[in-house]
Design a protein around this ligand. Structure first.
Ligand SMILES: [Zn+2]
Ligand SMILES: [Zn+2]
Length: 345
């Protein structure tokens, strides 16, 4: 089969590799769509190394059709359309027992420890099949939309940490796919006012079209001033950092009101550090949280929300490339010209 193989930083090549062999309990999925994640881009540029093997096949936001099942697979049959939550928890560590399987101490994931879906076929290991990571898709849900369930599930997890309530003022920094999905979820959660800060013109207008109450170009406008004016000088109830820029982590603390929350949703590049006025956290009683991946229940919820049209996948996925133009697809995703880029094997 053909696959996009990651050989190391800046080395991504189309290669002919064997179709994965199935063990007991495994299933083989023919990939219909696999989306490029910001994390894939950081891996591609060598800015994320944890859990990354070389050579390996990346790609964890995908959906497709079951084409083969190993012995012992009762639940899934060839022809089933499925989406897969890529994080496979161990179910037994202290975190899993506490309901925090997304940060499982022994976690493995498709597209990291297991080969991912920038390929014609992907093997779903028995641990994922038996563990409930595989979701059957509604017949009318397009594969591309289903593939969006993974990043949306991570946003669902982030929103849980942000605890956005009815009428809240929310600031989202960054209007890439993640920022736009946070916007949709914040509105659905009852946020009274969502302010999106984003330097890219096209992304700002997309944020407006998707329901932002206010958009700000932080390169020409004073974001702090805009937020203060829009919130009776108080600041936001919640700030979500949807882009991993250390200076913004610092600024986020100044955008939020006393008792407000800041969620560091986006990952940073390895070695990044930010200096911040820690007294802002202390005196203002801020709640600072992070977000790491998603739980299976978040994935299931994300699929249902996409099915209900809460997130318009047709607008978020703006570009499609075949496997043999994978390099081009990665470059485009990196350029910020599109929103979400799909590889269609
Ligand atoms: Zn992702
Ligand atoms: Zn665990």
């Amino acid at each position: 089969m053909r696959a996009l193989v990651f050989y190391g930083p800046n080395q991504l090549e189309l290669a002919e590799v064997p179709v994965p062999e199935l063990g007991p309990g495994d299933i083989l999925v023919k990939v219909a769509a696999c989306l490029i994640c910001g994390t894939d881009l950081r891996i591609f540029r060598g800015k994320k190394t944890k859990g990354v093997r070389t050579p390996s096949i990346l790609g964890h936001e995908f959906a497709g059709t079951v084409v083969a099942a190993g012995p012992d697979v009762g639940e899934f049959r060839p022809g089933d359309r499925v989406g897969v939550a890529p994080v496979i928890p161990c179910h037994t560590c202290a975190y899993c027992k506490k309901g925090r399987e997304n940060v499982c101490a022994n976690r493995t994931a498709l597209g990291y420890e297991y080969e991912g879906a920038f390929a014609e076929y992907v093997r779903i290991p028995a641990a994922a099949v038996h563990g409930g990571n595989v979701y059957r898709l509604p017949a009318d849900l397009p594969f591309e939309a289903a593939a969006l369930a993974e990043p949306l599930a991570c946003c669902v997890n982030g929103q849980r940490n942000s605890q956005i309530g009815l009428g809240d003022a929310v600031v989202i920094l960054g209007a890439g796919p993640i920022g736009l999905m946070h916007l949709a979820l914040a509105k659905a959660a009852g946020a009274g006012r969502v302010i999106v800060s984003e330097p890219n013109d096209q992304r700002r207008s997309m944020a407006l079209e998707l329901g932002a109450d206010l958009v700000v170009n932080p390169e020409v406008e004073d974001l702090n001033g805009v937020v203060k004016n829009a919130t009776d000088r108080l600041g936001a109830d919640a700030v979500i950092l949807a882009i991993g820029i250390p200076a913004l982590a610092e600024q986020a603390l100044t955008l939020v009101r006393k008792g407000g929350s800041v969620n560091f949703f986006a990952g940073f590049s390895v070695g990044d550090a930010a200096s911040m006025d820690v007294n802002l956290i202390h005196y203002n009683e801020l709640k600072i949280t992070g977000t790491s991946a998603a739980r299976r229940e978040d994935y299931g919820l994300a699929l249902r929300l996409i099915g209900k049209g809460l997130v318009d996948a047709g607008r978020i996925v703006t570009h499609r490339y075949p496997l043999d133009r994978g390099w081009e697809a990665f470059k485009l995703a990196e350029s910020g010209q599109g929103i979400k880029v799909a590889i269609i094997p």
